[in-house]
Design a protein around this ligand. Structure first.
Ligand SMILES: Cc1cc2nc3c(=O)[nH]c(=O)nc-3n(C[C@H](O)[C@H](O)[C@H](O)COP(=O)(O)OP(=O)(O)OC[C@H]3O[C@@H](n4cnc5c(N)ncnc54)[C@H](O)[C@@H]3O)c2cc1C
Length: 414
């Protein structure tokens, strides 16, 4: 049996950043995962460090968009019919949080944490030798219809109030940035301060390497073995039981299992998503992630090829993959960018861990002394990993957190 200051359950990008920030404060930390480090949700994302986020993803407000989703024609969303009754209460809460007033409220609440995202990554990347993964080339979002471009005004206005630089562009302006895009869109917005990475797994591994160099240990074990031991907690691992007064649960989409085990009733759900890698035709290239907003997919350059990620899918986390959204968007994607064949034959699936207000829960677990949560990072776990890690480590170390943690308390749901 080993004794540590803290056990971190889950070695995705968020858990690894939490563990690293605790180790930087001189704590002895065991980072426990049952699978390979960084190999789950944090492996397959689109690699965007989206510190510019203004509005979170919202429930569609236009009837046309809803009808396309209902008829299973949309790229941005798919669902398993039999799952709808189960997910309906969550969807209703998500819809309520998507009202214009609530979106503006959320935009203000999340700004401080998101505003620190790129700088927090850069700081960890520098000390972890991972800056070669970072691209500070921004993010380009394309809008095929003039109507959806016009619908952005509220969000762009708020971004202006926040002082976020952005450039609305016509097709020629966007093609000056990305010459290989075909002019099949009405307008675009370039967000120059968004960053991205060329290999999300490489980034998590580099942070873990730094954690180890500071004395942290990565151990194989199952979070479901966590139990009370005296005044603290014990988790069983391949190296025997590990005890600590503090535990941080950072289990990505599997946080649902942890919440159920300890009777914590939080409105947690997953939005599944997929990726595939393609080769570009000839010398065609992309310098940054490109979102085809109306079609509902994203393409981004990765070390493995052009990664295409899909929108969301509402289905049980563990149900077999149903990557039908690729069929709906491939024609549009090939029309936009000269994609060649697949770079490999894999279709990756992951599940974004989400709360209906799109804010993570970061802080103490209600009613469980010594247990902390860093869960529900939804569409932005890569973005927020280092900022979340710093914030929770500061709270656990009794320091003043660099960002107000109040918007992230679990109690907002109780
Ligand atoms: C298609 C797609 C695109 C995305 N694009 C972006 C993007 O561009 N930018 C961005 O910021 N975010 C993006 N995201 C979201 C981001 O990937 C997630 O928010 C993030 O990876 C969550 O990280 P995590 O560490 O919380 O979870 P995970 O990476 O899933 O880590 C959880 C860990 O817990 C472990 N675990 C689970 N259960 C147990 C157990 N019982 N015992 C021990 N270990 C356990 C798992 O093995 C895993 O390693 C995207 C997501 C998807 C699906």
């Amino acid at each position: 049996m080993a004794r540590t200051d803290a056990i971190v359950l889950g070695a995705g990008v968020v858990g690894t950043c939490v563990a690293l920030h605790l180790a930087k404060r001189g704590m002895s930390v065991a980072l426990v995962d049952r699978a390979g480090l960084g190999e789950q949700t944090s492996f397959g994302n689109a690699g965007i460090i989206e510190g510019n986020t203004v509005f979170p993803p919202a429930f569609p407000s236009r009837l046309g968009a809803l009808a396309r989703i209902a008829l299973k024609r949309a790229g941005e969303a798919n669902y398993h019919l039999a799952f709808l009754p189960k997910i309906a209460p969550w969807l209703m809460a998500f819809r309520a949080a998507s009202q214009p007033k609530r979106l503006i409220e959320t935009a203000h609440l999340i700004r401080p944490l998101f505003g620190s995202a790129v700088a927090e990554h850069e700081a960890l990347m520098r000390e972890s030798g991972a800056t070669h993964y970072l691209r500070k080339t921004g993010w380009l979002k394309l809008y095929r219809s003039a109507r959806s471009f016009a619908a952005l005004q509220r969000e762009l206005g708020l971004a202006g109030e926040f002082g976020l630089p952005l450039q609305p562009l016509d097709a020629d302006g966007a093609r000056a940035l990305e010459p290989n895009l075909a002019p099949v869109f009405a307008g675009a917005v370039f967000w120059p301060q968004a960053a991205s990475v060329s290999n999300p797994l490489g980034v998590t591994r580099a942070y873990a390497q730094r954690f180890r160099a500071l004395g942290g240990v990565v151990v194989s074990g199952d979070a479901r073995t966590l139990h009370r031991q005296g005044q603290g907690w014990r988790v069983e691992t391949d190296q025997g039981g590990i005890d600590a007064p503090d535990v941080v649960a950072v289990l990505g989409p599997w946080a649902a299992d942890f919440l159920a085990q300890f009777g914590l009733r939080l409105p947690f759900a997953v939005k599944r998503g997929y990726h595939r890698h393609f080769k570009p035709q000839g010398n065609a290239a992309l310098a940054r992630p490109v979102l085809d907003a109306d079609a509902g997919y994203l393409i981004t350059p990765m070390e493995m090829g052009i990664r295409m990620t899909t929108g969301v899918e509402f289905a049980p986390r563990d149900a077999p993959p149903t990557p039908v959204q690729f069929d709906r968007v491939m024609g549009k994607a090939r029309e936009l960018f000269p994609l060649d064949g697949r770079a490999d034959d894999k279709t990756w699936m992951g599940s974004r861990p989400c709360f209906p207000d799109s804010r993570p829960v970061i802080g103490r677990a209600p009613g469980l002394t010594g247990v902390w949560l860093a869960i529900g990072h939804a569409h932005w776990g890569l973005t927020l990993g280092p900022a979340t890690g710093r914030m929770i480590a500061e709270m656990m170390a009794g320091e003043k957190p660099f960002v107000d943690p109040a918007p992230y308390r679990a109690e907002r749901f109780l």
